[in-house]
Design a protein around this ligand. Sequence first.
Ligand code: 2AM
Length: 484
Amino acid sequence: MEPKGDIALIGLAVMGQNLILNMNDNGFTVVAYNRTISKVDDFMNGEAKGTNIIGARSIEEMVKHLKRPRRIMMLVKAGQAVDDFIDQIIPYLEPGDIIIDGGNSLFQDSIRRTEYLNARGLLFVGTGVSGGEEGARRGPSIMPGGHPDAWPHVKDIFQAISAKVEDGSPCCDWVGNDGAGHYVKMIHNGIEYGDMQLICEAYHLMKEGLGMSADEMHEVFADWNKGELDSYLIEITRDILGFKDIDGEPLVEKILDTAGQKGTGKWTLINSAELGIPITLIGEAVYSRCISAMKEERVAASKKLRGPKPAIRNDRTKFIEDIRSALYASKIISYAQGFMLLRAAASDYGWKLKYGEIALMWRGGCIIRSQFLGKIKEAFEKRKRLPNLLLDPHFKREIRKCQRGWRNVVATAAKKGIPAPAFSTALNFFDAFRSERLPANLLQAQRDYFGAHTYERIDHERGEFFHTNWTGRGGNVSSTTYDA
Ligand code: 2AM
């Protein structure tokens, strides 16, 4: 009997099941398998009943159902489970077969797995999948990387099941070698942290500063969602603010203010520190969640540490517009920082990343999907070698328009004692980035003073290093050739 299966999917949790149903809708024959076999039976007797989906009760059976080259996708818990499955599957495979990891894996693991499978004649794909349950079912954003020879064999399935933008382009393209797909997914999640924090700061200023009700803020977000900020996260914020608990009160105000995190924001931050790229906004977003989690300490401190009264007496309509400007400008900064990190990673890990394509992959299907990403795609399309998003004429203009309002919000928040770390760090980054001269000359002097770390001079060529004996005590010894 000829095998019928186009692809196998291991891992029948919510994401896995939805992805299988999505593939089935698109005409692919999927073989479903799970470690706990009862879940295969439940799925086959439930959602999969009456479809072309084939249930497999062992890895051997799963492999037998597959056409060659075999394509096996895992959506299991990141970490050891992925390595365990890889080792269990390998004995049943032949050269050229493809193993795909669609879980939330660390990109370093995907680099390692690409090599591991390559050494065995097999092709690995590590792919980010974003969009949650609904996305997996209706069309997620898919960010595949790994062994490039695998791409022609997975392209049709992935692009068929992915989200599409208005002109029909799929939110899925080959990202790059080995860990590139999971890396781009990690940056997506970091940016998602930033976007969420920015929205929370806007909400906080409106609520604490302007004393607005959830219904009033619901209207503001509904309005914002019609302009440049039109995005999934603004849209759900609008809906959340309009949502009433059973007693008719806004549910959001009853939710405990301690944020959780699963770790992808933290990974982005750690990686940025390693590559030396200041993604300060994502940093503030990660740390803001940490501060929020210190609830008991905050409650105790709130009774002891005094600050100004938060009421903002400015013209309300005008200040709301200023908050919109602050949110929009900060968002531009955050994405500029994210793309700076992508560029550094491309150079460090040897990936040929296509920034416009990455923006397009995020344009639909995923959590950060927005109109805005369409503009980023255009910016990188117009100038492939655009050194920084902030230098694109469109974004330069947008920041110029927002600047006055943005500065007013940051200054007012500081005066009124309302924390706005992401708005503030974005503005600080902007001001530092556009500074020809920063005070690091003094810093270099300090380093040379206490540690003979040397410095370069503005009146000499770059690469010439000087050391000064600042105190007249100590030696003239430094690690370099020039003494001044
Ligand atoms: P299970 O149903 O047998 O628990 C999400 O948790 C998915 O990952 C589930 O399909 C789950 O299988 C699978 N999973 C989690 N840990 C696993 C492990 N150590 N080995 C194999 N599958 C695992």
